[in-house]
Design a protein around this ligand. Structure first.
Ligand code: SF4
Length: 257
């Protein structure tokens, strides 16, 4: 089995699900969002990136056993905080499935809570096979309009919506994550349309996380020799209004991950 490339293992993360978590970031994504905070996660292969004036190779392979042993060193913190491990990226569901299933199986066998962050663009079979090991999903919904989804990320949103419905049918715990880009997906109409779609499809959510766009990933674009594109961070007023709109449909809404 060819192991995926990992570009970061973040310990003590507080933004990738409940409690203190170790987040494993896999390299490679089927989408190409121009606001990506981790542009070094887009390609599936290792690549050179300049960070603080130094050229470094980003991405290395681990065996399942190496990853499990790495995350087990913080098991005490998981137990005390109700945390665990979150798989992120890039796109987790686009990685080698045999590897993912084995990693998830071993983590569950150790009793570790497991979360998966996904953009939803992947075959349903992967979700169906992994779901039995996954305690919760951090599920991105970037654009309810398939046309806008395609325009900005490179792919339509049919799979995103289908897989969301599928996970919902399994009664999976879903945290819906909505990146907010002022003027692109924050209008009252767009938010209303999104909420109506969710309610019409009886999507149950643990929480809606509103993620205001920020520019932290821009230096990384430059470090990869790419031209960063700048978007507008939503104003306080927009955030307040979006939050109020979402609260009419879902009682748990958080600004930030
Ligand atoms: S889905 Fe996430 S990781 Fe992939 S390009 Fe978009 S923002 Fe980056």
């Amino acid at each position: 089995m060819s192991a995926p490339y990992v570009f970061n293992i973040q310990r003590f993360s507080m933004h990738d699900g409940p409690g203190l978590r170790t987040t494993i970031f896999f390299k490679g994504c089927p989408l190409d969002c121009p606001w990506c905070h981790n542009p070094e996660a887009k390609l599936f292969e290792p690549e050179l990136m300049v960070t603080e004036g130094e050229k470094k190779l980003v991405g290395r392979q681990y065996t399942v056993e190496e990853l499990v042993s790495e995350v087990l060193s913080d098991v005490m913190f998981y137990d005390h905080s109700g945390g665990g491990v979150t798989l992120s990226g890039g796109e987790v569901m686009a990685q080698n499935r045999t590897f993912l299933l084995e990693l998830a199986r071993q983590l569950k066998a150790k009793g570790i809570s497991l979360g998966v962050d996904t953009c939803g663009v992947a075959a349903q079979t992967g979700f169906s096979q992994l779901a039995k090991y996954v305690d919760f999903w951090l599920y991105d919904l970037k654009f309810i309009s398939s046309e806008d989804h395609k325009k900005w990320t490179g792919a339509a949103n049919d799979l995103v919506l289908k897989n969301l419905e599928f996970l919902n049918s399994l009664r999976a715990k879903i945290y819906l994550r909505m990146i907010l880009l002022e003027g692109l997906n924050t209008s009252a109409d767009v938010i209303e349309e999104t909420m109506l779609w969710l309610k019409t499809h009886s999507i149950e959510l643990v929480e809606v996380d509103l993620l205001p766009y920020h520019r932290l990933g821009q230096n990384k674009f430059a470090g990869l020799g790419l031209e960063p594109q700048t978007f507008t961070t939503p104003s306080e007023e927009t955030l307040r209004r979006v939050k109020e709109q979402v609260l009419r449909y879902y009682p748990m809404v958080r600004v930030g991950g």
